[in-house]
Write a protein that binds this ligand. Sequence first.
Ligand code: SF4
Length: 369
Amino acid sequence: MAGIYVHVPFCHAKCAYCDFYSKPVHAADAEKYVIALINELAARRNELSESVKTVYIGGGTPSSLPARSLLRLMEALPSDGITEYTIEVNPEDVSHKFVDMLKKHTPVNRISMGVQSLRDDELRYIGRRHSAKQAIDAANIIKGAGFSLSLDLIYGLPGQTAGSWQFSLDSLLALTPEHLSCYLLSYEPGTRLNAMRLSGKVTEAPDSLAADMYDILTSATARAGYRHYEISNFALPGHEAVHNSSYWNLTPYLGLGPGAHSFGGHDRSYNPSDLKGYIEASGIGFAIKETETDAERFNDFIITSLRTTNGIDLERCRVLFGEDRQRLVSATAGQFVKSGIMWLADGKTGICEKHWLRSDSIMVEFIEV
Ligand code: SF4
């Protein structure tokens, strides 16, 4: 099985915390981008030897594309045999008309919407262009049309308290989305929010508050019946994201559009974040191959495995990377298991849920430099 990821490099405006590649949307650029993307797909389709089962249109904001361009893009993508077909949207773009269009004219069966908070003061602070009410209305429209719904939330926002986080989370769970992605805010270089942090206008949430918010998150989602299957991801039974799981399972995927990354099973490549260059090249010959060393492949395997509830499969580790590395991984995990930070069962080992928030400092003990 394989997947296709499409990066739509347009947004209505830049959110204060975001470092994803995107530009303001203009209809003429959007149309040229779609033409280039169709060319890129035709030129690179053979890079995937396995059948495509998932399509994920992300970005950026795919719902910011003019409807005509969005439909043209989706007509070019495969639709037969796709089990999970996701598009990312923002609440301000969701209307009955937009959702009806997706339902009647596209193979989309799953919608992922960025909500981030259900408090208007927090939304304004991070530069979101929608209100809490708009997000709730949009979620209800999507659910009412029968799509599987995934919602994104952020915790650790400037000014956010444990109480306001609990409010956003409870309000969001009341919408019964099939899937949730919840991220601790990170201050990325080059973002407005990071500039505000550096100039002292905002301060990062202290570790103790982030830990309290994480506890609120894991308790509330567990009570509501969600399975915490990856550091940032929660799903009602049977609704784990297949496409995103491919990244963690090292399943091949083809990434199209400026800023997209691809994984061929052994080799990786990426398209530079350069819309103008992508359009000028008409999507052809734009991808740059990355040469991955054995140590980098091993590190990828460790990091992606430790992000999930499945953990590291020690036998797979031996088959892929040899007995010496398997022994080293077992020994390192053993130390963490003794102190109750990791678990070991049925030939697998992983980080216990209550320690996922500090997973970076644990992973670092396994990876090779
Ligand atoms: S968070 Fe989403 S909508 Fe905001 S700038 Fe980033 S990609 Fe665009």
